[in-house]
Design a binder for this molecule. Structure first.
Ligand SMILES: [Fe+2]
Length: 218
């Protein structure tokens, strides 16, 4: 402990924070079952896409147009239009948000997703349909590369010093984060498939029906 007298009236300003929103969707058991049944049938006839997935199955990315996924789509947009917009002081009078792409990941044992971002959109997120313990955490990485140049010894990591934050998947949990925030999914070490639905959100002028073209890793 330092013996130097501390200065008075010290302020700390938290610059450039990276928000991650989480909520548990209530009364979603029936919706979860319908989405899982749809995905099982789809996986049996569709070889899927290759993105950040290693060993896992990545569905086509238009699930936002499928009936079984409309309740989830509405919950995501409600969170964006309310919680995200109010925290970030977004202009929801002139701009609206919509889901440009939505897809599912089926990660069997040892499947994982390498570090990636979601270019071409503003917010991204994931919703967990099925997961056991040790099913593979969602790991967010500090996007500020410069902070890794020198890391002073610390007694413990706090929000100012940790560089990876891990969240275990929880069934019926919805997570939304800025699309630029790097993340990966750890290997599924359980014997139960980890099934999650991911999505990308973009904005457009209200009533225009158009938005920026999409691309990129996910
Ligand atoms: Fe992702």
């Amino acid at each position: 402990m330092s013996t130097i007298a501390p200065p008075r009236n010290v302020q700390v300003h938290d610059l450039f924070p990276s928000p991650v929103w989480m909520t548990e969707l209530e009364d979603f058991d029936d919706h979860n079952r319908r989405m899982l049944e749809y995905l099982e049938e789809l996986r049996a006839r569709d070889q899927g896409l290759k993105r950040s997935n290693v060993l896992g199955w990545h569905s086509p990315d238009n699930l936002q147009t499928v009936d079984e996924f409309q309740p989830l789509r509405r919950e995501v947009l409600a969170l964006i239009e309310n919680d995200v917009s109010s925290l970030l002081r977004l202009d929801t009078d002139r701009y609206e948000y919509h889901i440009d792409s939505m897809w599912a990941m089926h990660n069997g044992k040892h499947a994982y997703n390498f570090v990636h971002r979601h270019p071409g959109c503003i917010y991204s997120g994931v919703y967990y349909l099925q997961c056991a313990e040790n099913a593979g955490s969602l790991n967010f990485h500090d996007p500020r590369a410069d902070v890794r140049m020198l890391r002073p010894p610390a007694l413990e990591e706090v929000s100012y010093t940790y560089h990876i934050v891990r969240y275990a998947p929880v069934r019926s949990r919805l997570v939304v984060f800025p699309a630029w925030l790097p993340h990966d999914v750890g290997p599924n070490l359980s014997d139960t498939a980890r099934v999650a639905v991911s999505f990308n959100v973009v904005h457009r002028p209200r009533g225009s029906g158009t938005s920026a073209p999409q691309s990129g890793m996910r």
